[in-house]
Design a protein around this ligand. Structure first.
Ligand code: X5A
Ligand code: ZN
Length: 807
């Protein structure tokens, strides 16, 4: 199995035995509610369930002093009054007679998870534990934490498994000062934490939580603090933090294991955090972390006090660990001004320690928050009466939001990728082939043979389980294939298509500068269309069926996510019918956009916000910079519902680079990626792409090598040109104050429609081997994925999405 879930019911035992408004939020229901939802969603059943064991005292000793462990052991026999008195010696802590047992289980759960991942039993996992750990120190309990679960797991991974580089990502909304102290002089552990800080006015009120705290001695640069100075940070802020701070450093660090201090008090509705990130954000964060450390990600629960938000976020995390697509991020992809200042300050503080941050002209850090609060509620003191009212309001707003989310939940689709090998090279439509001057007859014959083979092949129907594909194409016809794929995707229901073309592939001339594309597929040709029924395929043939709707039992997923707020747009089912010239140019086409990104070794140029060209960087560092600082911010800003990744002639990407590109592009596209590869490159390249599209971690890029000044200059140039429109490119606060609404621009409205027409789609690329007289047609089909999932392991080798038209 791919994902472990470690838990033990005994961890629900500790509870507060006296009045304490600060501590009452850390309650047993946190675990029962989260587990309940995991079960209800069918996620728990897909994980390898491990019952937590108690950590030994020797294991506790990896981090804690013997005296402290003895003291904690003694708490089991104390009465309520003694427990309360002892608790009072620490900041925000309560003890219960079951605390020691539960805390040992929490540590043990983390150790089992790390063992399961490092022995290869699973790829990744989550430990659902109480009490949390990241505030706990060598000889002190703190902030509901007794033993430092994650820190002990890291020491264990080093001592028992011989690891040399461990990344700890602390996305809890509080600073894990305990973890920071334990590793502050240790260069083998990179500790990243973002936290509500408010210039030191938020618990635990420490100066060492600020960005200037970077570690000590040998460990300088291995502590990375990103303080949030305002409440209300949301999806765009968290995404910017990952793209512009955490991931560049993490790639340079090259961890062998990623531990996540997974607190969900950083999610919307949490009374402690008062932030706005929605649950699906944690699916995206998890997906992005999975490109590191060969996918070895171990998440351990820390905080999270709004039960609904907590359990939804836990589900999103597990879903991502299982390899399911992430729902699109909601809200405009525009980071807050204050967030950009924080990002800028941590980058400035870390610049001396990380090559990947150097060479970028960092403007001086603005003095403490020059931005006015961006129309957000001022924070309230925890525990006070206003706090309770605000918390109740937040909960109500959250429920409404989660109700809406329910409508656009993507079914848990495993990405199964199909490839039949070289023989499966797609035959090209005869007209295009002819233009290319290729051997038409030979192509057609090859296609006919394949066609025959596939027709008999039962597993072809398994294509219905896919949401991504790799297709091989003949080099001379690469551009034509891509052109057809674009048209077909648009005409078959993609609203926003991100096209990443690497190598010598020209942008289709009829794409307009603002990204509009004609959504006509093949004028006047009798196209075929195939829709899935419960068993087998049903073909429809045009012309004359433009208006026909096809109902499908799985079609439910494609109902409008926000039927109440959006004007009527055709659902995907409504677009099954073959589109002809005369019906395709209506208002429909206004919704369709293509963002064209060409990586081809020429100079950097942004011809419009939807047409960007960049050189292929010459080093690993340059390549990573391009991906994190340009490609992903554009992709997340655009929120495509489909990515076409085309590796054309002379693409120049090494296999691991192509794999990383594909792996990272999955996240913003709900895993819907069609990779077109040059037939010359197969099978190695196609194979590696198939694996990452299937959800495997990409192979290592090789040693980190600093970006060349030319590449950096090109990147800065593009960023400068595109920043006004694509706000996720920003890495620094602006000088003036800007309300978020001003930042939106005309594209803002479109972004808000990002969920329209989404859902898990199955995508294939097909063509008709019709004789020359009836012109061949290539179709990209989008249809609902079945709710049943392929088992673990899924399709190992499969086939290209080539479909047989009905005769
Ligand atoms: C693990 C965690 C928070 C403590 C807050 C005290 N602790 N006010 O989220
Ligand atoms: Zn917390």
């Amino acid at each position: 199995m791919r994902t472990a879930l470690v838990y033990h019911e005994d961890m629900t035992a500790p509870r507060l035995l006296w009045e304490d408004p600060e501590c009452e939020i850390e309650c047993p229901e946190r675990l029962t509610t989260a587990m309940g939802l995991l079960q209800q969603r069918g996620l728990e059943q897909r994980c390898l369930r491990l019952a937590a064991r108690e950590a030994s005292e020797a294991e506790l000793g990896l981090v804690h002093s013997p005296e402290y462990v003895v003291l904690l052991r003694g708490t089991q026999a104390l009465g309520t009054e003694e427990l309360q008195a002892l608790s009072g010696q620490y900041d925000a802590v309560y003890f219960h007679p079951s605390t020691f047992h539960s805390a040992r289980l929490a540590v043990g759960a983390g150790l089992q998870l790390v063992d399961a991942v490092l022995t290869g039993a699973v790829h990744n996992g989550l430990a659902l534990v109480r009490p949390p750990g990241h505030h706990s120190q060598r000889a002190a309990a703190n902030g509901f934490c007794v033993f430092n679960n994650v820190a002990i797991a890291a020491k264990h991974a080093q001592q028992k498994h011989g690891l040399h580089r461990i990344l700890i990502v602390d996305w809890d909304i509080h600073h894990g000062q305990g973890t920071q102290y334990i590793f502050e002089d240790d260069p083998s552990v990179l500790y990243f934490s973002w936290h509500r800080y408010e210039h030191g006015r938020f618990w635990p009120y420490l100066q060492e939580s600020d960005a200037v705290a970077v570690g000590q001695g040998q460990g300088r640069g291995f502590t990375v603090n990103l303080p949030w100075n305002q409440v209300g940070m949301g999806n765009a802020d968290y995404m910017a933090a990952f793209l512009h701070v955490l991931l560049p450093l993490a790639f340079e660090f090259d961890p062998e294991l990623v531990l996540v201090s997974a607190g969900f008090d950083s999610a919307i509705g949490d009374p402690e955090g008062q932030m706005q990130a929605t649950p699906e954000c944690f699916a995206h964060l998890t997906q992005l972390l999975q490109v590191l450390a060969s996918g070895r990600v171990c998440a351990m629960l820390e905080g999270g006090y709004n039960l609904e938000s907590l359990s939804e976020s836990v589900c999103m995390t597990v879903q991502a660990l299982l390899g399911d697509p992430a729902p699109p991020l909601s809200g405009p992809m525009v980071p807050h001004c204050s967030a950009l200042e924080s990002i800028q300050s941590v980058r400035a503080a870390q610049v001396p320690h990380w090559t990947s941050l150097q060479q970028q002209d960092l403007t001086p850090v603005l003095s403490p928050s020059t931005c006015t609060p961006e129309g957000r509620p001022s924070p309230l003191l925890s525990g006070g009466p206003e706090f309770k009212v605000a918390a109740a309001q937040a909960t109500a707003a959250l429920s409404a939001l989660l109700d809406q989310m329910h409508l656009r939940r993507t079914p848990p689709v495993r990405t199964a990728v199909s490839l039949t090998g070289l023989d499966a090279a797609l035959a090209l439509p005869s007209d295009i082939l002819h233009q290319e001057g290729s051997a038409l007859k030979e192509e057609t014959q090859a296609w006919a043979r394949l066609h025959e083979a596939l027709a008999k092949d039962e597993p072809v129907s398994a294509l219905g389980k896919e949401s991504s594909s790799v297709a091989a194409t003949r080099a001379p016809a690469a551009a034509a294939t891509l052109d057809m794929a674009i048209r077909c995707s648009l005409s078959r229901g993609a609203q926003r298509l991100l096209c990443v073309a690497v190598g010598q592939l020209d942008r289709p001339p009829d794409l307009t500068d603002d990204g509009y594309a004609p959504c006509v597929m093949c004028p006047s040709s009798p196209a075929s269309l195939w829709v899935p029924r419960r068993n087998g395929w049903v073909g429809q043939r045009g012309p004359g069926n433009n208006a026909r709707r096809v109902s499908s039992t799985e079609g439910q997923h494609f109902q409008h996510p926000y039927p109440q707020t959006l004007p009527h747009l055709p659902t995907l089912e409504g677009e099954w019918a073959v589109t002809h010239t005369h019906v395709s140019m209506g208002p429909l086409s206004l919704k369709r956009r293509t963002l064209w990104l060409n990586i081809r070794g020429k100079e950097a140029a942004a011809l419009s916000m939807f047409h960007v060209s960049m050189p292929l960087p010459g080093t690993t560092g340059g390549f990573l910079n391009y991906l994190l600082a340009l490609v992903l911010p554009l992709a997340y800003g655009f929120q495509p519902d489909l990515v076409l990744l085309a590796l054309g002639p002379a693409h120049g990407l090494r296999d691991p680079q192509a794999a990383l590109l594909a792996a990272l592009l999955r996240a913003p596209a709900g895993c819907r990626v069609l990779a077109l590869v040059d037939e010359e490159s197969t099978p190695q390249l196609a194979g590696v792409l198939a694996q990452v599209l299937h959800g495997e971690a990409p192979p290592c890029l090789g040693p980190f090598c600093v970006a060349s000044p030319e590449d950096m200059q090109a990147l800065m140039h593009l960023r400068g040109q595109l920043e006004p429109q694509w706000k996720l490119l920003q890495v620094a606060g602006e000088t003036g104050n800007k309300a978020p609404a001003d930042c939106l621009g005309p594209w803002g409205t479109a972004l808000l429609q990002s969920s329209e027409g989404r859902g898990a789609h199955v995508l294939g690329l097909g063509c008709c081997p019709e004789p020359v007289h009836s012109r061949a047609t290539r179709i990209v089909r989008l249809f609902p994925a079945p709710t049943s999932l392929p088992g673990p392991g899924g399709l190992k080798s499969a086939r290209v999405g080539v479909f047989t038209p009905q005769k």
